[in-house]
Write a protein that binds this ligand. Sequence first.
Ligand code: 16G
Length: 167
Amino acid sequence: FYRSPAKFNPPITAVAPGEPWLKVRPLKTGDYRRGFLQSLSQLTNVGEISEAQFLNRFAEMRAKGDYYVTVIEDLRSNKIIGSATLVIERKFIHSCGIRAHLEDVVVDDTYRGKQLGKLIVVTVTLLAEVLGCYKMSLECKDKLIPFYRSIGYVDEKGNSNSMTLRY
Ligand code: 16G
């Protein structure tokens, strides 16, 4: 499997994320009340989402089976302090292959310097490989390019320039 060039110092893992009160795990329905959406609002506009809306969207994602939302919880406050989503796209090409997209990566400002962004990205990147994806791609702000490079992502210039149409 993928050996990330990312260096962890001290050496943390998803199972032992550096502090006994931090837990890396899949999203659960109760995470609405654990501040999951407040945490996401550090990334972009989340909007006013009721618990029913959240549960409905989460049920849709689970029914599809192609969404893997991973969160980090602070067990002291029972708050979600970071998350990342892996979305799988089904293809005809690459022998009916599957491709992974890394989406909505966020770690609370107040938890900076604990390597948690790196940890969650490495974790879902490995998960995509275990699931059989032939590649994982993402879009990010320019200032985050060095971060993703340090984890092994490459900007394939001229080949896959990221382009957007906004509605
Ligand atoms: C970043 C995110 C993307 C997210 C978008 C939100 C990563 C790797 N990329 O590009 O997943 O959906 O920001 O910004 O986390 P927007 O609200 O402008 O679409």
